[in-house]
Structure formats: structure tokens, C-alpha cells
Design a protein around this ligand. Structure first.
Ligand code: 3PG
Length: 400
């Protein structure tokens, strides 16, 4: 982007592909981290006199307009952060977008409506995606890719559009890639990885890679129960992916062979019901050893012994990567495990990286200071796929 800026962008229409996919409660943004993360790129372009067109997806609408997924709240928040009026187009490539862009003065910013209101954005068909990218290209003179959270998606605005315009990567992508490179190249040891989240199937590829890289892998969240089951424990009605048990067994064997410590919860908070997240009524749970989850109960957080154990495994680390909450942190009674992991990262002297929308949001909503961490990534799937060693379409398109 610095090269683009050096060449001069005054009066140029610059399309910024951001990731403004923020969590919403109705029209309230509950965590604006992703908007703040891309703000420097947008502010710099505006200061330099560009006419900035900010585009993003939000949620997973079905290729047609859906008010529940409007980017209007994100546009409003962006305006507040920039301290300037941000125009908003109520469509993406239609008359509102064209008029809004045509009306932009030098240094002004507009947000266009959710890219995924158009089927072409996410289409698997190259021609359909290309046709939508052609329409987007008409809006702009230059392209800046800065939606790190979406670079693993082969979507029109991420992959096809940069091929149609002079392009560059923004500051956020540069920072994110710089940090993740450190985790793949000369990582400082002990290298400890904490993996949580609901589904083990989402994490298999990264575990596969990490078994040749990490010194310790600490497992929590819904995915832990498939590991505990693979170890021969009964897990009651906990989340379980039976079809992944054989893969998990193979990973446990490989960890042992490679000298990687694969650490599983030793105790669990378990309940016969999933907590009411809206009303936040007190949760009704018991604390049990991980091999004694009753048949009618499901595990919802790691227990106190596990919190201590995991903190001790993090304490002497030089590098920590954490992806995924280790419990149902949205309910205060099941937030203790996730809080303990965040605290252990804060207390360690390691270079700490928090990856993933959920863990990043958890860290902030649980009241931690984001500056206490080495880096909080805006990408969940994107950072995992980077660590898996995959080629990410949105980075390849920018030659990053
Ligand atoms: C994310 O939240 O991880 C990114 O915004 C990508 O969203 P997606 O998984 O719906 O493509």
C-alpha cells in the first residue's frame, strides 16, 4: 500500500476489501475489533485524498439481500471511529452503489452493502464469480486487500477482483502475515498451542501440521470430548464427532511418537442442559473428573484442575498460539476456563498470538486488555489455514 500511496491516490477510487464481519445483537455491534483493525488503512487512504470504497461480507446470507445481515451498523461504527461522515450504499453494484461512489469527494469514505447479497460473490463457478468481479471493478480504479479474516475464501471480491485492478495489500494483512510467519518459521520454544472451539473436524488439518511443529498442544472446548472418547472415556451427552475418533486416535499416537505433549482436560464442568445464553440464568453444573462424566450430562467448560494444569504448561512457553474458547464462555458460569487461558497468556513472558473471531471476542468481552497479548488476529479460519501451510486465495491474489 505504501507504494500505491507514493504514486499518489488523490481523486482515485480505491476499493478496500475489508472484513467487517462483526458479531451483532440485532443492530448492536458486540465487538468492533475487526473494524478498528482495518481503520488505519482506510484512514491513510482518505488522508491521502483517495475516494475510498469499503466493501465486506457479513454473516452468511444466501446470495440475496437480507436486512438481518446489513452492513449499515458497521458503516456507522466506522464513521464514529474515523470521526467523519461515511456514506452508505444500500446495494453493492446497483444504482445506489454507483451514485454513492460518483458523489464521493476526495478523501471521503463510503461503505457498500454486504457483498454476499450477490450470488456471484461466493459462487463456485469461475464465470459467475468473474462476472460479479467485473461489476465491482467498474466502481474503482485501485484495489487494496485488507480483509485478512476472509483471505482463505476464493470469493469474487477476495480473489477475482484484484486480478482486474492495480492492487496492494493493506496494513492489517501485512501485520497478520508478519506475525503468522513467525509461527511457521523460526519459532521460539517451548511452542505451546491451545486449541478449543466446538468441532474437532475444523481443527484436524492444523493439528496434523502442529504435530510436527509444536512442543505442547492443549485441547479444550467441545472438540475435547472426541479426544476423551478416543481415549476410552464415556463423555455422556457431550459434543462428540464419532466419525473423527479414528483420526484423533492416530493423532494421539503420532504425538507420542514425535514427542509432542498432547494434553487433555482432567476435569470438566458438566450439566444436563446447555445454558440459557440470553437470560443468563445461573447454570446448574457439577465438577467431575474427565473420565467420570455422567451419562446424562454434557461438558461445558474445563474444570479448576485443568485450568491450573494448562496454566502451568503455558507458564514457561516462549511462544503461544491460542485458537478457540475452551468452554461456553458466553455464559458467565462457563467463562472461567477461557478466562484462565487468557490470564495464563497474559502472565507468561511468551510471544502470544490469539487467533480466531471467537477467542478474540472472548478476550475482549471477558475484560482483558488487548495490549497484554502479542497479537490478536482478526482471522479465525484464515489464521488456521495459514498455519496449515495452505495457499490462501486472497494472499496469492495480492502476491503476498
Ligand atoms: C470469519 O468470520 O472467519 C470471516 O469473516 C470469514 O467468514 P466466513 O467463514 O463466513 O467465510
Amino acid at each position: 500500500i505504501d507504494e500505491l500511496l507514493a504514486e499518489g491516490v488523490v481523486g482515485k477510487r480505491v476499493f478496500v476489501r475489508a472484513d467487517l464481519n462483526v458479531p451483532l445483537a440485532g443492530t448492536e455491534i458486540t465487538d468492533d475489533g475487526r473494524i478498528r483493525a482495518v481503520q488505519p488503512t482506510i484512514a491513510k487512504l482518505a488522508e491521502a485524498g483517495a475516494r475510498v470504497i469499503v466493501a465486506s461480507h457479513l454473516g452468511r446470507p444466501k446470495g440475496a439481500p437480507d436486512p438481518a445481515f446489513s452492513l449499515a451498523p458497521a458503516a456507522k461504527r466506522l464513521g464514529e471511529l474515523l470521526g467523519s461522515d461515511v456514506a452508505f450504499a444500500t446495494d453493492t453494484v446497483g444504482s445506489s452503489a454507483k451514485e454513492t461512489v460518483a458523489a464521493l469527494a476526495d478523501g471521503q469514505v463510503a461503505v457498500i452493502e454486504n457483498l454476499r447479497f450477490n450470488a456471484g460473490e461466493t459462487s463456485k463457478d469461475d464465470a459467475e464469480r468473474g462476472a460479479f468481479a467485473d461489476q465491482l471493478a467498474e466502481l474503482a480504479d485501485l484495489y487494496v486487500g485488507d480483509g485478512f479474516g476472509a483471505v482463505h475464501r476464493k470469493h469474487a471480491s477476495v480473489f477475482d477482483l484484484p486480478a482486474r485492478l492495480p492492487h496492494a495489500a493493506g496494513y492489517l494483512i501485512a501485520t497478520e502475515v508478519g506475525v503468522l510467519k513467525k509461527l511457521t518459521a523460526e519459532v521460539k520454544r517451548p511452542y505451546v498451542v491451545v486449541l478449543g472451539g466446538a468441532k474437532v473436524s475444523d481443527k484436524l488439518a492444523v493439528i496434523d501440521q502442529l504435530l510436527g511443529k509444536a512442543d505442547r498442544i492443549l485441547i479444550g472446548g467441545g472438540m475435547a470430548y472426541t479426544f476423551l472418547y478416543a481415549k476410552g472415556y464415556e463423555v455422556g451427552i457431550s459434543l462428540l464427532q464419532k466419525d473423527q475418533v479414528d483420526v484423533v486416535k492416530e493423532y494421539m499416537a503420532r504425538a507420542e511418537k514425535n514427542g509432542v505433549e498432547l494434553v487433555l482436560p482432567v476435569d470438566i464442568l458438566a450439566s444436563s442442559e446447555f445454558p440459557d445464553l440470553k437470560g443468563k440464568t445461573p447454570a446448574d453444573f457439577i465438577t467431575v473428573d474427565a473420565d467420570k462424566i455422567p451419562a446424562d450430562k454434557e461438558g461445558l467448560d474445563i474444570g479448576p484442575k485443568t485450568r491450573e494444569l494448562y496454566a502451568s504448561k503455558i507458564a514457561d512457553a516462549e511462544t503461544v498460539f491460542w485458537n478457540g474458547p475452551v468452554g461456553v464462555f458466553e455464559h458467565p458460569d462457563y467463562a472461567g476456563g477461557t478466562s484462565a487461558i487468557a490470564q495464563a497468556l497474559v502472565d507468561s513472558n511468551a510471544f502470544t498470538v490469539v487467533g480466531g473471531g471467537d477467542s478474540a471476542a472472548a478476550v475482549r468481552t471477558l475484560g482483558f486488555d488487548e495490549n497484554a497479548f502479542g497479537h490478536i488476529s482478526t482471522g479465525g479460519g484464515a489464521s488456521l489455514e495459514y498455519l496449515e501451510g495452505k495457499t490462501l486465495p486472497g494472499l496469492a491474489a495480492l502476491e503476498v
